[in-house]
Design a protein around this ligand. Structure first.
Ligand code: MN
Ligand code: MN
Length: 318
């Protein structure tokens, strides 16, 4: 059994002195004896507009040096409750999505085989299909909780089946996720097809569009998600463009009219009773960022998710 590793205190070791691991956690070669493992997936050649999410994992890691282990709102010190490490990046191959999917599936699968929860940093949203393949292989058909300003349910983009606009259509077709117990949250922006939400419903997904979410409380959202997924195994995927571009400008396909950083944290905290088996945050594109605010938003989302895991562990639910 490994001993818990707290990040070094910033009053003893300056935050800008580090090896670049997430939250200055240790690096590990495998997820053995870990509760969670950070994995970077720097693949962005399935993006339809701006590329740049290949720099997401290290952008998020760099600013994550700011994160401290106590989450006061959740009442946990994550590193008191959890063992975690940064496993580095999946060996992606730019442009070669199927080879990259195989690499993602192997990396995420090895984390799951150790009994740890994978926490991945994309990459464009295409990478989530590889993670879902690994997670469904381990756990069976999953409930998907999907924050995004886009549905990512296109059949094809540019005539191609594998793109950051198609991952959840493919995941459904491959039997990795159960649309009837999945939920998509925050969709908004201009559309080519005004019936996109209807298409999602026809496929079996429940959608809470951005306009509707703006009228809901965080507690109401938490209840709607719980009602949809129940106690099933859940994969949480978070496209950073869910957050308003005022708070997260560094992304490939931004949409205005989104959610503040504070609202977003509240939503994640309301999911603290779900049975999570995996998490990712995707579409952080540092070349379009300002003052690292998008990367910092993503780093804090990971911190909130780790806090949920710690809350569950501390309360005997994990
Ligand atoms: Mn997306
Ligand atoms: Mn999106």
């Amino acid at each position: 059994m490994k001993t818990n590793t707290q990040p070094p205190s910033a009053s003893a070791s300056p935050r800008f002195c580090n090896m670049g691991n997430f939250m200055r956690l240790p690096h590990a070669e495998s997820a053995e004896n870990l509760d969670f493992a950070i994995i970077g997936i720097p693949f962005d050649t399935a993006a339809s507009f701006r590329a740049g999410a290949r720099f997401g994992p290290n952008g998020v890691r760099n600013i994550s040096a700011m994160i401290k282990p106590n989450n006061v709102a959740m009442g946990v010190n994550i590193m008191d409750s959890l063992h975690g490490a940064d496993l580095g990046d999946v060996p992606v191959i730019p442009d070669y999505i199927h080879e990259t999917y195989a690499a993602i599936e192997a990396s995420v699968g090895s984390v799951l085989d150790c009994g740890a929860v994978p926490i991945a940093i994309g990459g464009d949203h295409s990478v989530t299909l590889g993670e879902l393949r690994a997670a469904a292989k381990k756990h069976g058909k999953l409930s998907l909780v999907h924050f995004d300003s886009h549905l990512d349910l296109c059949d094809t983009v540019f005539g191609q089946k594998y793109n950051h606009g198609t991952p959840f259509r493919r995941a459904m077709e491959e039997g990795l996720i159960d649309p009837e117990h999945s939920i998509q949250i925050g969709m908004r922006g201009s559309l080519y097809d005004p019936d996109d939400f209807k298409i999602a419903a026809d496929l079996g997904f429940k959608v809470i569009p951005g306009d509707m979410l703006h009228k809901m409380t965080a507690e109401e959202l938490g209840a709607a998600v719980k009602e949809r997924v129940g106690d099933r195994k859940v994969f949480l995927t978070f496209d950073i463009d869910f957050v308003d571009p005022a708070y997260a400008p560094g992304t490939g396909t931004p949409e205005i009219g989104g959610f503040t950083s504070f609202e977003t944290l509240c939503y994640v905290r309301e999911l603290k009773d779900l049975n999570f088996v995996g998490f990712d945050v995707v579409e952080v594109a540092p070349p379009y960022d300002h003052s690292e605010i998008t990367s910092y938003m993503a780093a804090n989302l990971i911190f909130e998710f780790m806090s949920v895991l710690a809350y569950q562990k501390k309360n005997g639910k994990r």
